[in-house]
Ligand binder design. Structure first.
Ligand code: AMP
Ligand code: ZN
Length: 137
């Protein structure tokens, strides 16, 4: 399904022009208009899925394989020193466009992209509780 008012549905399906670097029947990859670094791109399915939890498993598998391929191409062409794959789900996680997308962010030694957090310190008790809570039966 595609949603009429969703900007990424419209970009992915070519209704709104974008700086596309890859397209196939399932996905479009285009350059972010407000890049964190040179070459920052977004990988977007053509069908509407609001986030990772909604995305079909088959497309999920295809997305990561495609991201690997494009990231490899970026590394060669841009000469970047590293690569972040970032994928936000929910407002609390920084999602602003509610159509699944995977950020491909080339990294350059000393660049100013701030993809970081302040490390905490997990206690033994907390780790144990979380293992009990999160492990599959
Ligand atoms: P997120 O915060 O993970 O939802 O990321 C949304 C991203 O989409 C941001 O990095 C925006 O700069 C980018 N973005 C929003 N609208 C457009 C657009 N029309 N073309 C390209 N990138 C866009
Ligand atoms: Zn959409």
């Amino acid at each position: 399904m595609r949603e009429e008012h969703c900007i990424f549905c419209r970009i992915a399906n070519g209704e709104i022009p974008s700086s596309t670097i890859y397209e196939d029947e399932d996905f479009r990859v285009f350059l972010d208009l407000n890049p964190a670094t040179r070459g920052h791109a977004l990988l977007v399915p053509k069908e509407h899925y609001g986030n990772l939890f909604e995305l079909e498993d088959g497309l999920c598998e295809k997305a990561i394989v495609l991201a690997k391929r494009i990231a490899g191409r970026m590394k060669k062409a841009l000469g970047c020193d590293g690569m972040n794959l970032v994928q936000n789900n929910g407002e609390a996680a920084g999602q602003t466009v509610f159509h699944f997308h995977l950020h491909l962010i080339p990294r350059y030694q000393g660049d100013t992209a701030g993809i970081t957090w302040t490390p905490g310190k997990a206690s033994e008790k907390e780790l144990e509780e979380l293992v009990a809570l999160l492990s599959e039966e």
